[in-house]
Design a protein around this ligand. Sequence first.
Ligand SMILES: [Zn+2]
Length: 490
Amino acid sequence: MDSEEFIEQAEAFLTELEREHYLVGAGRKEQLEIAAIFDRYPQLFSREAVAACLQEQAGAADPVAARYLAAFAADGYLEQAVKALSEEITNRELAATVEWDGEALPYRQVRTVLAQEPDQARRHGLHCRQLAVTARQHDLRAGRFRRLHQEAVSLGFENYTALCETLKGLELPALAEAMGLLLEQTEAAYAGRLEEALLAAGVTPDTADVSDILYCFRAAQFDRYFPADEMGRSLHRTMSGLGLVKGDDFGFILDLEPRPKKSPRAFCAAVRVPDEVYLVIKPQGGSDDYDSFFHEAGHATHYSRIAPDVPWPLRRLGDSDITESYAFLFHYLVHNPRWLRDVLGLPLSVAEEFRRFALFKKTWFLRRYAAKLRYELILHEGDPAETCQAYVDTLTEALQVEIAPENSLADVDDGFYVAQYLRAWIFEAMLRRFLEEELGEAWWGNRDAGWFLRDAWRRGQALPLTALAREIGYDRLDARPLVEELLELG
Ligand SMILES: [Zn+2]
């Protein structure tokens, strides 16, 4: 298979896969049938194909596109290698239940129930039962990571970390250093906010675990300010301010239709970029639902604005941190007091109170991911069965609540996705500061911001994040705007 054929097959494969995810997630198809799609493209993720892609990087006319293709091929190859183990873990989790109030509660629904349980003792009891189920898949997960590690070496990389770093452009040493600084600099502010949030939720700080944080994040007191029926309209108002809508046309397909089996969480499906991009939502309301709706709207807007003549690898593939940055740019509008007042009509005092809550949530996420990065660097260099203690120590130090060793492998996404998110968080804060300085604090109401973003989006993923940083006046990814934001409000 030559490179042209590979691209053709890759495009057909991803289109089918993404459409399958859309149909099932949108509640238009009963069952997810992924294996059949993989079976239709047996050559795509063969050893020969991935070896060819890795080799073609050297001396490629477009090194960025060649790297994206190599990353796509390697991801697919690794996924194939652990397919049976992944399926077994997923199926066991789907079948698992925990006994709760005399009934069998599906394992995957425990998180939602924990977030709504006001009694701490009951929360901790349910959390314990959840962890007992998680622990049962630990050996399978360890075997799965071990296999990923072996396959990375067999592809000619020093180890799994080196494969991810090289193919995804993660710049891990610089990122780890910046995140070490972030952990130091935000420690005091975080400790104060954590205590305040826990006390407000009726939790004594030194008894807190992760389930208490889930409960804090539920923040039901703000629900009435984030009504389900305003979601579509608030997005429309925002995008009109940026000059990004024509009449009722968002440029992507907004699927708001109620269907019984529709996914409760918003998602974006980029089936064909830029012409068939879906934003799917079953509006529930509440700040968390707004967060994920605007986040996914950022993805949908980005993908649907890429010029159709951009070569496919730069249009549909690419480092995830690029599209995640634009997703965060939309997502964090929901945390902006002025946007909350101007677009959603919140009284300014409520918007400011919400800002305080949102900053605590963001600081928690950043510290959690910074610690996860530190931990995953340890995990992927050693034996995955031996890293429970490192997980507990690293996350406890960063988060100051009780951390359960049972999650040491369940709490890890493949391929250092943790680093892609962190890079996107850093870049989004840089980009937002640039927009505010150039176009004003309420940049989302300025058509020039729309023009600027449209120009960036048109090119697809042709420029990696570090090159985009140079376009807005930085010589590299700089975590300072992000850290400064986390330190706002003391
Ligand atoms: Zn995202």
